[in-house]
Design a protein around this ligand. Structure first.
Ligand code: MOS
Length: 727
């Protein structure tokens, strides 16, 4: 009975052939007869009052169909967590990517020319360039109605912090900083919208949650949701960067006004300023431990740059808070966190959703603490790892599925750590690779919640149809999930075949079309395989019941809901923030060129407890992809905003890893301790590969050079400066 036919097998990706032959259509490939083309006039200034907009010259240009401004938007606001962002700015612009006008024309060229003919008179306002500036007493308020530039505040109080530090033999205090990160998904934002023959507004594009795009479009256009249909095509990457809408609302607006199909394709530069980023954060940790290596106190202060609008910042920073201790038992905790508005690009979801920042600081700090104690960092982690009866930093019980020590041991052993006289020891390696190049190894643990947290309703709805007469001949599954390149459609097809007890080729799956599916939530938060699998199992069970009752076809719609979570208490931070966690440990070997400052990662060992690998190759792909993206964040990717302007708007100024930056030696160790809540025991994997590479690199660079770094990215000039002792 426990034999599975599809689950656990590395079936080839179902989308592979279409993608390599070019048959797969991405949003930029779409076209319709008689379609018009749209161009956005962006503000290109970080903070200004709009005094006057004159569109007359643009409108007079032959081939221009319409120029839309704030007055043309029925409800001029949108946003994923709050409707706080103007669809088109009429009074004030708050960052370079704010939109001022839309031009729709017969050709993209005419639309572009017309944009240049729009006259906008601005009065520049003082620019808030970073969170410290935003908090200054005389700082201008970016959203005066909020009364402050602070978007979100969190406090966590556990135990007695004074008492905790009083027990400490060693106290280490450091401040860690992380830069902004661009998703750099391959496919620039694009889409096509039209009004169909029945009067429905259709928007075809790529994203992470079609039903939420529909909700935002409905709000801004003041239309009922059931007048709007959002369909996703193939999507060229997302990584959290398509959680917020980009072109959806403006496309819908233009098509609705003009009653003509309207297409838009953003350039790389437009995509870069047009969508949110990973939050830069500054995290100050002051931790105390006893000589025996027991953590007794943690004091933490988190400051995040939210950028100009709310996006998902309050949830992202709450996640940083929730995971901020690392996977350790911390008896006494005092934490304050803030996300603040600035005139930078809004920051929001990006693979890991605030947890990479938490892991970078906590795990780099564990390495520092181990060093101060004269203790091996694996040994220190083993002594403090969460136990089944531990309480998290927010005073929540640990859900079943704990494997902090198993993952750490797997990664550590593989990288050469050994138990000597009952204590873990880092392997002794030869430092000098060749003159001027030294190497070192490092390790870090990680944990992250699966699915939405902090009380956000978590559910996925799936419909299953069983067709046939005497026996089930074929199945239809309606499940709204976006394939953003991660392999979710293959994973879901395997789970569907297993749940419906049918051969894969006899199941048709209708994916993201809001007219044909219910919402299954977003493809994010490492949640979709977990949520969809559970929903499929429930829907299949119900459909077979209907089949037994002679329904033909037998149809069941089923909603899977996770155990509830709670928001953190505003005063104490206490609360059950998550229903499940996943655990991992990652070890790296680096080479540091002491002449050029270049840090190269030569080897990665990633040990992940995934509960059950539904498709092991896809799981490996996710872990490898996440790790390489983190390698970029840690060593290469330097998104520069200066005085509110983007200095790195394209991929020749913003460098991301290429195949040549991938370590030749990359080993993924998949552990499968079944998660009791998970479908077939599976937990989430989408974000986990990202989490611990950066702090492992910090540990390894110290091992190689004897120098600690607290800030990423470790660009060559910064590394060289510190190695030469200039800072
Ligand atoms: Mo994600 S950062 O939960 O899309």
């Amino acid at each position: 009975m426990n034999q599975t036919r599809y689950v656990g097998r590395s079936l080839p990706r179902l989308d592979a052939a279409a993608k390599v032959t070019g048959e797969a259509l991405f949003p930029g490939d779409l076209s319709m007869p008689d379609m018009a083309h749209m161009k956005v006039l962006f503000a290109h200034r970080p903070h200004a009052r709009i005094l006057r907009i004159d569109t007359s010259q643009a409108e007079a240009l032959p081939g221009v169909l319409a120029v839309l401004t704030a007055k043309d938007v029925p409800v001029n606001s949108y946003g994923i967590a709050e409707f706080d962002q103007p669809v088109l700015c009429g009074e004030v612009v708050r960052f370079v990517g704010d939109r001022v006008a839309l031009v729709v024309a017969e050709t993209p060229e005419i639309a572009r020319q017309a944009c240049d003919l729009i006259e906008v008179e601005y009065e520049d306002l003082p620019v808030i360039t970073g969170p410290e500036e935003a908090l200054a007493p005389d700082a201008p308020l970016l959203h005066p109605e909020k009364g402050s530039n602070v978007l979100a505040t969190f406090h966590v109080r556990k135990g007695d912090i004074e008492e905790g530090f009083a027990q400490a033999d060693v106290i280490v205090e450091e401040t860690y900083t992380m830069g902004m990160q661009e998703h750099a998904y391959l496919q620039p934002d694009a889409g096509l919208a039209w009004v169909d023959e029945d009067g429905y507004l259709v928007v075809k594009t790529g994203g992470q949650w079609a039903h939420d795009d529909r909700r935002q479009i409905a709000h801004s256009l003041d239309l009922p949701e059931d007048r709007i249909r959002v369909i996703y095509t193939y999507v060229g990457g997302a990584f959290g960067g398509r959680e917020d809408v980009t072109v959806q609302v403006i496309l819908a607006l233009a098509a609705w006004k003009l009653r003509r199909p309207v297409k838009i394709v953003w350039s790389r530069e437009e995509t870069t300023i047009g969508h949110h980023k990973r939050h830069p954060m500054r995290i100050r940790h002051r931790w105390g431990a006893t000589r025996e290596g027991r953590i007794v106190a943690q004091e933490t202060e988190i400051l995040a740059d939210a950028g100009a609008y709310a996006s998902t910042s309050s949830y992202v920073v709450a996640s940083t808070v929730l995971l901020s201790t690392g996977p350790y038992e911390v008896p006494n905790l005092w934490l304050d966190a803030r996300a603040v508005y600035t005139n930078n690009i809004p920051c929001g979801a990006f693979r890991g959703f605030g947890v990479p920042q938490a892991m970078f600081a906590a795990e780099a700090h564990m390495a520092r603490l181990a060093d101060a104690l004269g203790m091996d960092p694996v040994e220190l982690r083993m002594r403090n790892g969460l136990e089944e009866n531990s309480l998290t930093g927010t005073m929540a019980e640990i859900p079943p599925g704990l494997s902090v020590r198993e993952t750490l041991e797997a990664a550590a052993r593989r990288m050469g750590w050994e138990l000597v006289d009952g204590e873990w020891r880092r392997p002794q390696i030869r430092r000098e690779v060749r003159p001027g190049v030294v190497r070192g190894i490092g390790i870090a643990s990680g944990w992250k919640n699966v699915g939405y947290t902090l009380g956000y309703p978590e559910q996925a709805t799936v419909t299953v149809e069983l067709h046939g007469e005497a026996e089930v001949e074929r199945g239809v599954v309606r499940l709204a999930t976006s394939e953003v390149g991660q392999g979710t459609h293959t994973t879901i097809a395997q789970m569907a075949a297993e749940a419906l007890k049918l051969p894969l080729e006899r199941i048709e799956i209708v994916y993201t079309d809001t007219a044909q599916t219910h919402s299954a939530g977003s493809v994010s938060a490492s949640r979709m395989a977990f949520m969809a699998g559970n929903a499929l199992l429930g829907a299949a069970r119900e459909a077979y019941k209907a089949w037994d009752d002679e329904d033909r076809p037998a149809v069941a719609t089923y909603t899977y809901r996770t155990p509830p979570t709670e928001p953190l208490d505003p005063e104490t931070g206490h609360g059950k923030g998550a229903f499940a966690f996943a655990y991992l440990a990652q070890a790296v070997e680096v080479e540091v060129d002491t002449e050029t400052g270049k840090v190269e990662v030569k080897r990665i060992v990633a040990a992940h407890d995934v509960g059950k690998a539904i498709n092991p190759e896809i799981v490996e792909g996710q872990i490898e992809g996440g790790a390489i993206q983190a390698l970029g964040w840690a060593t290469l990717e330097n998104f520069v905003m200066q005085d509110g302007e983007v200095l790195t708007p394209d991929l020749s100024t913003y460098l991301i890893p290429t195949v040549l930056d991938i370590p030749p030696d990359f080993e993924t160790l998949i552990l499968e301790n079944p998660l009791p809540l998970g479908p077939w025991g599976a937990t989430g994997v989408g974000e986990m590969g990202f989490l611990s590479i950066a702090p492992a690199i910090i540990d390894a660079v110290h091992d190689a050079t004897g120098v600690w770094f607290n800030a990423i990215p470790l660009t060559p000039e910064k590394v060289l400066d510190r190695l030469k002792g200039e800072h």
